[in-house]
Design a protein around this ligand. Structure first.
Ligand code: BG6
Length: 457
């Protein structure tokens, strides 16, 4: 681990991701006093902004997305960390100016690591990474006075093939230890607690019960009340299965079912997750017909950016199986939906012997419970870092990527295995193997119907 000061270089620094996620998380780290000394943030965009205008925008983001009261003096000090550089991706000159700015600053303030955050759509990555000028801002280790890490976010492709192409683009510019592919679910506190809960020394009995002999079902659910009103154009080509099912739900599945990583090395944790995703039984056409459901809420097609005759799902459910000795025959239900009646994200593990449930819940509140008969035991979790949406997760993503801890980031094997499972389902739906149901927004109708179908098979 290298605790040098860090220049955080954000491509797409005037966009949504910056406002909603990065700035509130940086503020949180700053207030908590955990932002290492010497952090500075360089916002990049093709817009022409002065440092002052950029800081004014950051202040707007704070006003819009940070609800806690801020002292003026604190805020001013925070804003001083930010500066701006205009970079049009096709311009050699702009990259030269950026490289000179970084070098000059590091000459003056001493060596720094660089953390590049790609808060721009993935379609832009190939052009940016291939640019000669981009190469000049990437440092490769100690002889250059620090390292450069890069954070990219899902979607990692839209199918197996495009994910592979993205990996080729990344591999041309970076080595694996520089790459931090974020899935913010892995950074959620309750999910981070799962390996401790399962493999920690306080609950040794549990791991003994964690198998097909004692568990009859695993149910993973992400219900959201929000719809796609402001994200139609982004969402319509994807749908719920690819937006959250290919990544967040499969990662949750991996965390609850994986074998104990063979060492404490972060690579071993990633390997254990990937292994489980790759053990999902591939779905045949018949499985797709019988064990998957897709539905769309009424009114979805009227959203701006959504194709008129679209068959994109806003809810999906499926029943999967893992081909491993531990989980043979145990159904794993995964479902996710928009405009549901409640905001509920949880994993429910049904115990058959002794009868009960293990509940790992993120919403409506973070908790871990074990019920056995009449008795409910709460598994203690560390105090929540922040209850504001995304703040704790993105604070963790930023710090771990800066320090070089890859455990909570996904690797290529996880991505590949996830697409290998999802691609045939997407294709099957395209071929109408499964009818598209509709549901009244603000209800759980879709889920009720889906569970009827999946439990009947
Ligand atoms: C994102 C999806 O990855 O996760 C969104 O693109 C979804 O559509 C979000 O709303 C859910 O995240 P969380 O942390 O609010 O459950």
């Amino acid at each position: 681990m290298n605790a040098l000061p860090t220049s955080l270089i954000i491509f797409g620094a005037t966009g949504d991701l910056m406002g909603k996620k990065i700035v509130p998380s940086l503020w949180h780290l700053y207030k908590k006093g955990t932002l290492p000394l010497g952090w500075n943030v360089i916002g990049i965009s093709r817009r022409d902004l002065s440092d002052d205008a950029f800081r004014a925008l950051i202040k707007e983001f704070l006003d819009g997305y940070v609800s806690e009261k801020r002292e003026k003096e604190d805020e001013e000090k925070f804003l001083e960390m930010f500066s701006f550089a205009r970079v049009a991706f096709e311009s050699d000159r702009d990259f030269e100016v950026l490289a000179a700015l970084l070098d000059e600053r590091e000459e003056k303030n001493g060596p720094a690591n660089r953390l590049i955050y790609m808060a721009v759509p993935p379609e832009v990555f190939p052009a940016v990474f291939a640019h000669r000028g981009f190469g000049t801002i990437v440092k490769h280790g100690e002889d250059q006075g620090g390292h450069t890490h890069v954070i990219i976010e899902k979607p990692f492709g839209t199918d197996r093939k495009s994910a592979e192409e993205l990996e080729e683009v990344l591999a041309r510019r970076f080595v694996e230890s520089q790459l931090y592919r974020a899935d913010h679910y892995l950074a959620k506190q309750v999910l981070r607690a799962i390996p401790h809960f399962r493999f920690g020394s306080e609950t040794p009995i549990l791991e003994h019960l964690w198998n097909k002999d004692h568990i009859s079902k695993i149910h993973i659910r992400t219900w959201e009340t929000l719809g796609l009103e402001s994200r139609g154009a982004f969402y319509d080509p994807l749908g719920t299965l690819r937006d959250v099912g290919q990544n967040h739900l499969l990662e949750m599945m991996a965390l609850v079912t994986m074998e104990k990583p063979h060492s404490r090395d972060p690579g071993a944790g990633r390997e254990a997750r990937a292994e489980m995703i790759s053990k999902l039984r591939p779905m045949t056409e018949q499985n797709i017909r019988e064990a998957t459901v897709r539905a769309q809420y009424d009114g979805y097609t009227e959203i701006q950016g959504v194709a008129a005759a679209t068959k994109t799902e806003t809810y999906y459910a499926l029943k999967a199986f893992l081909d491993t000795p531990r989980w043979e025959g145990v159904p794993i239900i995964m479902e996710a939906g928009k405009r549901m009646a409640e905001w509920r994200t949880e994993i429910i593990i049904t115990l058959k012997d002794p009868a009960g449930e293990v509940i790992i819940r993120m919403r409506p509140q973070e908790e871990m419970l074990v019920t056995l008969g009449e008795e409910t035991k709460t598994i203690p979790l560390p105090p929540a870092e922040s209850t504001a949406q995304y703040v704790a997760e993105y604070a963790r993503i930023l710090m771990d990527a800066a320090l070089g801890d890859p455990l909570l980031f996904i690797d290529t094997k996880e991505i590949d295995a996830a697409w290998a499972f999802v691609d045939p389902i997407v294709a099957g739906w395209k071929n109408d193997l499964v009818p598209l149901q509709t549901y009244e927004p603000g209800t759980n109708e879709a889920a009720v119907d889906a569970m009827k179908k999946l439990s009947a098979m």
